[in-house]
Design a protein around this ligand. Structure first.
Ligand code: F0G
Length: 419
């Protein structure tokens, strides 16, 4: 695989992050010579294999990844993500055929693991001592876990305010050095970008190895669907690395002949952190904003991967839209009622599906996959506050009284007297 600039296509040097000629982000060019039929049969064989590397939903696609020495591969069996039907969510959005791709069912409970296994394996292969990232919480937890497995020191820069306590606790558990900065994610990432990538492994999604790992979520989704392409893939957007990764994965699957068309990408941002939406709708350069949203994972005002993501959205005839914090909160509660659950940022996908349906962009019978990026337990404080509030789908704990009243209540539920 060759590393080149994603904008001017100039070849790039190993272990750099930005193009020396134009400053653009780098990307790998996939040049496998395997046929679609050979790939499919290889993947089918690996499904039956118990070899550690084959049980990873990233490394089972290793012919489509930058090659790394096997002894450097650091895997926690990531990216084995279930696809669930979304009946309550579908009724809520007014669409018949929605499903959830739950990337929160990963070892550290977010989609970041798929990219991190590749970025940290590469860091280990090149002999880096320290891995660094800026994060709203999930990248931090993923990096900390994989760095611990690989024997690297993990240094995380997080905003002092607004990161969920669960994500922070996870990151501390995995032994990372956590530096709380007096600023937001955009400022933390700006600090990381001043570091020398040849001295420390910078593993934010500006690192092209991260994108290679995350693109396999597209392969994993398609494989579970027997290579049947959905009409839409709807996902939350923050720094926009994941949009560029899914887009790249689908494009490569098309080039390889594994699929015959691209799904349309719909990127959903929180209204207070939605600088990508006007760029998709009206063109021009991205204007950074001061991000404000309770969906703290996507509280990002200057997304680093916006150009790559824009290309993918355009190539797929996709779109971008913004939803309010209230719409995200209600959608999150609805996803819970499907017995699935997710963290707030993930629920932007369902809120977005509902809005796309109302705008007539999504047909009632469209086959749409909603990407759930993080697990419900990533932000229990948010969930608890929702259920204490007077929000539309709040589920208040009951205070019934005597044991006899409790027994009567349960009997009434059982007999159907109470719903
Ligand atoms: N959903 C969740 C749960 C996230 O944690 C993030 C990003 C996104 C969606 C957006 O993905 O940035 O690729 O567009 N979290 C990063 C972090 C910024 O530091 O954990 P994106």
């Amino acid at each position: 695989m060759q590393l080149a600039c994603s904008e001017c296509r100039a070849p790039a040097e190993a272990d750099t992050l930005f193009c020396a000629a134009c400053g653009g982000l780098l990307a790998f060019i996939c040049n496998t010579t395997l046929s679609a039929a050979d790939l499919r049969s290889l993947l089918a064989q690996r499904r039956l294999s118990n070899a550690h590397i084959d049980t990873s939903g990233v490394w089972r696609y290793r012919e489509l990844l930058p090659s790394l020495p096997l002894e450097a591969v650091t895997t926690l069996r990531e990216n084995v993500a279930p696809l669930y039907s979304a009946s309550t969510g579908a009724a809520y959005a007014g669409c018949a055929r929605l499903s959830y791709l739950h990337l929160g069912m990963n070892p550290t409970a977010s989609f970041k693991d798929a990219g991190m296994t590749v970025a940290i394996s590469h860091a280990k292969a090149r002999g880096a001592r320290v891995a660094v990232c800026a994060s709203t919480g999930n990248t931090a937890a993923a990096m900390a876990a994989y760095a611990a497995r690989a024997g690297l020191i993990a240094v995380v820069l997080v905003p002092a305010k607004g990161v969920s306590a669960a994500k922070l606790a996870q990151t501390l558990d995995y032994g990372a050095r956590v530096i709380a900065i007096d600023g937001d994610f955009d400022q933390a990432l700006a600090m990381v970008r001043t570091l020398d990538p040849q001295r420390t492994a910078i593993v934010n999604s500006v690192n092209p190895y991260r994108i290679e790992g995350q693109k396999t979520a597209a392969f994993q989704l398609l494989e579970q669907r027997d290579w049947q392409v959905p009409d839409w893939l709807i996902l939350p957007g923050g720094n926009l690395g994941n949009t560029s990764a899914f887009g790249k994965g689908f494009r490569e699957a098309l080039q390889l002949g594994l699929i015959d068309r691209l799904p349309r990408l719909a990127v959903v941002q929180a209204a207070g952190a939605a600088p990508f939406v006007p760029v998709v709708q009206s063109g021009g350069q991205l204007q950074a904003v001061k991000a404000e949203t309770n969906a703290t994972a996507i509280k990002i005002g200057a997304p680093a991967s916006w150009r790559k993501a824009l290309q993918e959205v355009r190539d797929s005839s996709g779109t971008a839209l913004a939803v309010s914090d209230e719409q995200i909160a209600d959608a999150r509660a609805i996803i819970g009622r499907d017995g699935v659950g997710c963290e707030p940022a993930s629920a932007a996908s369902l809120a977005g599906a509902k809005q796309l349906r109302e705008a007539g962009l999504l047909d009632a019978d469209a086959d749409a996959v909603l990407v759930l990026t993080g697990h419900v337990l990533k932000d229990t404080a948010y969930a608890a506050a929702y259920h204490e509030s007077s929000a539309a789908f709040a589920n208040h704990p009951l205070s019934i009284g005597s044991a006899a009243d409790v027994a009567q209540y349960i009997a009434d539920l059982a007999s159907g007297k109470l719903a």
